[in-house]
Write a protein that binds this ligand. Sequence first.
Ligand SMILES: [Zn+2]
Ligand SMILES: [Zn+2]
Ligand SMILES: [Zn+2]
Ligand SMILES: [Zn+2]
Length: 349
Amino acid sequence: MSGLSLPRFPHHLQQKRNNFRPTVLLHTPRPRRHQQWARKMKKTTVLSFTGEAEAAAEEADENVCANCGIAGVDNIKLKECSDCDLVKYCSTNCREDHREQHKHVCKIRADELHDKPLFTQPDGTHEGECPICFLPMPLDPQKSSFMSCCGNTICMGCCYAHIVSNIHDEVKASTCVFCRTPNLDEEERGKRERERIEANDAPTLCFMGTGGYEEGDYDKAVEYWTRAAELGDAEAHYRLGLMYEKGEGVEKDEEKEVYHLEKAAIGGHPYARHNLACSEAGNRRYERAAKHWIISANLGDEASMKALLPCCKGGYITKDEYGATLRTHQAAVDAMKSAQRDAAEKENF
Ligand SMILES: [Zn+2]
Ligand SMILES: [Zn+2]
Ligand SMILES: [Zn+2]
Ligand SMILES: [Zn+2]
């Protein structure tokens, strides 16, 4: 529908516009931890991968206890090391006896196994596409609306175009742009939400968590976000990460914060990844920070793109890498644009 020219947003429909508001996933906080990493960014030595673990992986005998050498046959079951995939043991004793010898390479391999999915570029963001215009969702959650009637999230461009195209029909204009359900009253909306919660619908659970948070009910927020996160919802993981960072509704816990941010980042959440990058930069691990920022910039995140300039000047990424990221970033930003999204934004919709 891009290229469509839209009339200005009519003021007598202001009320309709506000009707959408309660269902908007309210402001997702931007990362605030922008430390002065850019100034501190001097070249530091970073331990680089030595290939040690890879070599060990190739050498490792598939089905033999790494300590005593006994083969895994019918009556001898070998168990893999709990941290890596390099070795197997026939017993707890063998595992413990071998620990000292194994722990160095085990740590390297465990880090590799951890980093592989973490630094893989996702195909798109966690938001996917708008189910109406099929364009990638805007990164800013303010620019889309969760529909309580059908549980779909629709971009503001489509919500806006729906109202404008039904400008002379108030009843039609107030229906859901996706499922055409008339504007629901509080009771019916609650009923539908409960049904989807019972059916473990992750976007609805996440939406309920956000609702709780906006009301200041952090216990409710954590409860619903935890349920949504268990179903793999990246936004819920991100929000939980922020709760553990700030100690809201939970005890502050850096390990859990990072765990949830990483899950969100793997799921395509650019803000979560930007946060992780800021932490890495804060710990002077600039190469890891830059790797994160390249991925989130490629997904269209402005803050990450900006952060890459000092990374380039500091020598953490090459000029070619910077240029390539800039082009991918711009393409991602352009792909999220449309005439109706621009019009909605102009009207502050
Ligand atoms: Zn053994
Ligand atoms: Zn191991
Ligand atoms: Zn749309
Ligand atoms: Zn609907």
